[in-house]
Design a protein around this ligand. Sequence first.
Ligand code: ADP
Ligand code: MG
Length: 583
Amino acid sequence: MTTQTEHVFETEVTQLLHLVTHSLYSNPDIFVRELVSNASDACDKLRFLATSDDSLYEGDSELAIKIEIDKTAKTLTISDNGIGMNEADAIENLGTIAKSGTKAFLDKLSESDKKDGNLIGQFGVGFYSGFIVADKISVESRKAGEPSTKGVRWVSDGTGKFTTETITKDTHGTSITLHLKDEYQESEDGEYGYLNRHKIKALVSKYSDHISLPIQMRKEVWQEDADQDEDAPVPSGQMIETDEWETINKASALWTRTPSEIGDDEYNEFYKNISYDFADPLTWTHNRVEGRVQYTQLLYIPKKAPVDLYAREHQRGLKLYVKRVFIMDDAEQLLPVYLRFVKGVIDTADLPLNVSREILQESRDVKSIREGNARRVLTMLASLANSEDADKQAKFAEFYAEFGDVIKEGLGEDQANQERIAKLLRYHTSTTDGLSTGFADYKARMKDGQKAIYYLTGENLASVKNSPQLELFNKKGIEVILMTSRVDEWAMNFLTSFDGTPLQNIAKGAVDLGDLTDEAEKEEAQKAEENLKPVVERLKTTLGDKAKDVRVSTRLVDSPACLVVGDGELTPQMVQMLKAMGQ
Ligand code: ADP
Ligand code: MG
């Protein structure tokens, strides 16, 4: 006799379940994708572990996903012969939220956001999406390599609790049975419900065609009625299910196919499968790279930044495959940190199947893949940024609004690509509106005789626009780039010139306008310096240690005085940022 144990969901799961069932009903179909992709992940995991211990297959290495409809019981069952779960795994994996960022995201959602399914769609709800269409889910599973008596049955109605009990299960893997809610079973014409075979087939081909495992359903055959009238013009009969299985997807790994033969829809669906994103990607690039290391890269840029983009444990999106065998998610070695928002797949034959994260860290091949990926992403962004096509420009603006600050980190991290990155950066300036001026645009507008690209950093646009440091520049009609994001000042430490022209922060040290200062002004400045000597001396004595130096300056027009930091010293914004970072 087995005993059921009752468990309560982690608070966040209950919250999530509530959101799922109340907000995602506008697109209930997605549960198919989520459950099929979990089954596929489970098979990938088993195949990977079996590369070093093939007894884990238990003689059953034909991995597949099976979908069965039971019209009498009103259930839909999705089964796999993948890695499976034991009781502890089921409690852990199906009762808590492990995904980083999900909790933070839930906390951030306001009441009105919660009603908006699209926002929730920003992250995958995974397994719990089954509760959109089912009022009870029963999971039976057994971990590969463990005794058949150590299976588990996990059951929940998707409110606050679930139960688990030990069962005997001969085959390894997982079987998920959805007890469909009335409204999702079958419409009157038999067309729409999830008990309808055509509906399920259509959803699999829409969402999961590229899954590299066979997805199978029972084969149906036409059976004529035995007692039909010989003279009837059309024979009567019906489709009946057989015991045979038929494969209903293409079962080829999308990235291994030729790009020209893959439709945008397929790329979009594949992205959603691997990214936990419910929206289409902004853009992607798909190439076969033939160099010292050969690999296939399929890299996507999402439309929206994930909530945890700046969190230390942020997952990086690349999946690594070796000869179509899944090796690992979140292979952080394959991308520089400043491109951590990129999602996708890398498949190479040049790494061993048993490659570990430690090996990845030291591998020269991996370094070369990382560099190849970085270059490819930067090239893709440059082609958007430099395009004449309004759609592409709009895409770049959309990208920049979400990820502009992240790529600035690359100025420091990826010095080899510094120039490519600098060309992508866009700023407000003292004479233009909007994040639209690149360094090249600025250079093209520079005054005759201007020797440097001038910029000013600050906390927000209003404060930099009213900064006394700008007065002289405004008076002389010299444009100044205004940088207002928190990373700017740090990032600009690494960029001292652009295309041969020095970059100068006008809040630092003496600003030499060079040829832009006319003779009369120079004389006037000298005279002023003479006249003001006693004032300067007095200020120096009064301020003592509080100021390093007191100077007569030509940089102000209306304000009587301003604070300046020395070259190579931290500005007040920088000091604040470092404090905020806990330095
Ligand atoms: P995710 O797939 O993003 O990890 P899900 O909510 O879809 O999140 O699934 C949660 C976890 O449950 C998975 O990470 C996995 O550990 C486990 N799981 C779900 N479905 C299966 C399955 N068919 N076989 C084995 N484990 C599974
Ligand atoms: Mg999942």
